[in-house]
Design a protein around this ligand. Sequence first.
Ligand code: ZN
Length: 511
Amino acid sequence: MPTKLRIATLGIHHETNTFASNKTTMAAFEQSGLQTYAVQRGQQYYDMHKSAQTSMAGFIQASEKHNFDLVPLIFAATDPAGTISKQVFDTIGGEALDMLRAQGPFDAILINQMGAAVSEEYPDMDGELARRVREIVGPNVPVAMTLDLHANVSQLMADMTDALVIYKTNPHTDAVPRAHDACDLILRMITENWRPAKWLEQPPMVIGIFQHDTRVMPMKAVIDDLESVLRWPGVVGGSVGQGYPWSDVQENGLACYALHEDSAEQAKKAAQWIARRAWSNRKELYQPAGPKPSEAVAYALERASVKPEKSGPIVLLDVGDNIGAGSSGDSTFLLAEALKQGAKSWLQTIRDPEAIEACLTAGIGKTITVKVGGKTDSMHGKPVQLTGRITRISDGRFEDAGIVHAGWRFFDGGTTVVIESDEGPTIALVTTRVGNMSREQFYSLGYRPENFDIVIAKGVVSPRPAYQPIANEMITVNTPGATSGDMSTFQYKNVRNSLYPLDLNAKYISD
Ligand SMILES: [Zn+2]
């Protein structure tokens, strides 16, 4: 009887906003808002994902279905934030590679990345990790890399792996089936001693954050084109990397990737077909949109005043303070408008450890006057003064067993305090930058977003699975911040020379 295949998995999952002021250090990996154990080793990596809906959950299911030994080495994830320190890559990357050497040999490797990681030393940290894995295992061991749809895919990532497999949905709800796709490819490579022909095509264009939802046009058309290509004869795989705009790196932008049975020429034809069609639609695929904070709050108040009872809140999506894209989580542009315009029934989070300290000193049930938010940097508004009663003190941990963006299940907001302000808004002060992508965040504090007129969600697409089911209406607000939807507000220095829309006359030359 042949011995069981041994397939290793490792990953450093990070979406790096190179414009954000909050650097990603070892401390960020040690305390993450995404999961209780931010650095997971061996069995812990397995256990934290077994019941989740992540890529690793898909690897685990595939190992059971196809009866191979999945060897979990190490996985590190933390919330999107600023550039990763050299120490993080040296420490966690070093440990991953040591484990790969010590526990091998393996029949294949599954690298579990987000795909937009930037470290102080390596602008393409994902590619560098793949290069080092390849160096250890040699040219003959199949290596696949799974990626988030927001990956900025580099040629190095394509060259150092045998298959890249990227989510097709945003909100991300297909990590599990895409992980199965990666495993199917890898198993065929091992058993048939076969490798697919591959091609990466990078049209010089960025897809705007307002256009990132794959369920609606114009992004839906790009994914539909990918689905068409996947039905072409001989095409055995393919992906589109939507890209992550807030990254000042060479590979920022759309990536189209195809795998063919045996012809690099055919893989190229498939990838270029998707790329050319997206390019011809580049203007629709990049449109900064949405009302300004003052307009959005005025509109929401007007709507709330006439909406029928129990028809759900107006959810304002704070684009410039998109926690899931690396922002600070303490923007006050919308809250300041709430006070100015007299909004009463209003619910939101603000990250502010300093204000939490003051509340803990005052104690539960007490009334406090405190300045909240706007403390991380100068990009997210000024601190806002509120007076109110401290109604909750919690450890900030919550769990969501339902459908959540990217399949996360365990969340840790750190010490959390709720203030019901005399001015009107109810503010949950949180310690970590946990994104507003689960209603459990408020349920766990005893508040129902359903009962408020206006709820703020700091994000664009990731809050939608949680809030769409209860919202009367969701409005993307064009707020300033580290994740502003307007690329012209940032100084890019390292992107490709001619990249649309930074260069409106950009040319796409494909042979
Ligand atoms: Zn993503």
